[in-house]
Design a protein around this ligand. Structure first.
Ligand SMILES: O=C(O)C1=C[C@@H](OP(=O)(O)O)[C@@H](O)[C@H](O)C1
Ligand SMILES: C=C(OP(=O)(O)O)C(=O)O
Length: 430
């Protein structure tokens, strides 16, 4: 599907979708438990993949709107009857690999073309080092994966600069091994707030896990029980980044955009609030009410290290293309390992709209303010974040922008275009 976006002014009050990262973890943690209810869950293509995995391991998952009732497999995943399709979801594939490794038999994991091109090698090696089996069928560290053979606990070394999801996978699975898992990082950890999300969620499910001098540690022999049997998912700050950016660059004069569902949590991507402020927009955050209000402003360029916040790169790149002066996005090599290589994708797609962008392996510089953005035919590259960020660029471009593959927003923000329309955006999908 294509989205045809005309220049638009936005204002009004909308609600952010629930967090994808918390939902994945909560559904899988509920699977590891005997029974749990997940409230305010994100129901999207990616989180449905994690629900499928919990069912495949023998759990039941019943959904009524955003409430998900799970009867779990109580720490002992069964052998799936069929291959598990993780679709486009890296989080599902990595976290489910940890779980599948506990099984006495084998599980086969696959996904779409994008997911089958993403790296899993360090996690496969870690499972092998912990006496499980985890292999890439093509022996290149990429899915399809064959995983199982009863991973035991112990100490394992793993690099932290490919994906923090490997750490999350080992911590979640390690809690139900006999002896637990000590993880020693052999490199700096990228995306580290995502491990904080894991530690926070594990604690809410009654599972102890800690940071150590060398990495992380989870004792074994634990069981998952959420307080009162329930867990509520907070709003998603990666999704909020598009809404904040829309309000900052395309707000109707004298109006504002208010975003509900912006409760503080461990999400590193809440850094978008300070980034937008640094660029010159006025943002008020009522943390108790979970409400963000942003007013339009002329933005100026900034420098941002995205080591902890890779998913913000497409949003920051668009803000930079609209702001005056250079915006420098540093420490972004790991953003190349996502649904697409998002460093190249943003450089090339923004260039189609007239932006002047310099791409380096670990850095993206957007030379803003040199020319106005112009509407163009751009490609979302099958990547939800590329589609959503280009939509924000289109709000202020001269003329209509057509974004190919708009349906991919269903990965993390299924009602993205409805929300845009509610804010006053002129968009047609066909
Ligand atoms: O654990 C998570 O929920 C995620 C971790 C991050 O990935 P990496 O750890 O691979 O950088 C992030 O990009 C992804 O969208 C979600
Ligand atoms: C990279 C992302 O997710 P995942 O790794 O789960 O595919 C994302 O949502 O931007």
């Amino acid at each position: 599907m294509d989205a045809h976006v005309s220049p638009s002014r936005v204002s009004g009050r909308i609600r952010a979708p629930p967090s994808k990262s918390y939902t994945h973890r909560a559904i899988l943690a509920a699977g590891y438990s005997d029974e749990a209810v997940v409230r305010d869950a994100l129901v999207s293509a990616d989180t449905k993949a994690t629900m499928r995995a919990v069912r495949a391991f023998g759990g039941t998952v019943d959904r009524d709107g955003q409430t998900v009732d799970v009867v779990g497999f109580d720490g002992r995943p069964g052998t799936p009857d069929d291959v598990i399709d993780c679709a486009n979801s890296g989080t599902t594939m990595r976290l489910v690999t940890g779980c599948a490794a506990l099984g006495a038999d084998l599980t086969v994991l696959t996904g779409d073309e994008s997911l089958r091109s993403r790296p899993h090698g360090p996690l496969l090696t870690a499972v092998f080092d912990l006496d499980g089996r985890a292999e890439s069928t093509r022996r290149n560290g990429q899915a399809p994966l064959v995983v199982g053979d009863g991973m035991t606990g112990g100490t394992v070394e793993i690099p932290g600069d490919v994906s923090s999801q490997f750490i999350t996978a080992l911590l979640m699975a390690g809690a139900v091994t006999d002896v637990g898992i000590d993880i020693d990082l052999t490199t700096e950890l990228k995306s580290s707030p995502y491990v904080d999300i894991t530690l926070e969620l594990l604690s809410d499910f009654g599972v102890e896990a800690t940071r150590t001098e060398d990495g992380f540690s989870v004792p074994g022999g634990q069981s998952y029980h959420p307080v009162d049997g329930e867990y509520s998912v907070p709003g998603d700050f990666s999704s909020i980044s598009y809404l904040l950016a829309a309000g900052a660059v395309a707000g109707a004069e004298g109006t504002s955009v208010t975003i509900e569902g912006a409760r503080p949590s461990a999400q590193g991507d809440s850094a978008i609030v300070d980034i937008v402020r640094d660029m010159g927009a006025e943002v008020e955050w009522d943390e108790d009410a979970g409400e963000l209000t942003v007013s339009p402003a002329d933005l100026t360029g900034t420098t941002v290290d995205v080591g902890d916040t890779p998913d913000l790169l497409p949003t920051i790149a668009v803000l930079g293309a609209i702001a005056d002066g250079d915006t420098v996005i540093e420490n972004c090599e790991h953003v190349r390992y996502k649904e697409t290589d998002r460093v190249t994708a943003m450089a090339e797609e923004l260039a189609k709209m007239g932006a002047n962008v310099t791409e380096q392996q670990d850095r993206l510089t957007i030379h803003g303010g040199e020319t106005d953005l112009v509407g163009a035919a751009v490609d979302g590259r099958g990547d939800h974040r590329i589609v959503m960020s280009l939509t924000i660029a289109a709000l202020v471009a001269k003329g209509e922008t057509t974004i190919a593959g708009s349906e991919h927003v269903d990965v993390s923000f299924p009602n993205f275009f409805e929300t845009m329309r509610d804010l006053g955006v002129d968009v047609l999908e066909n």
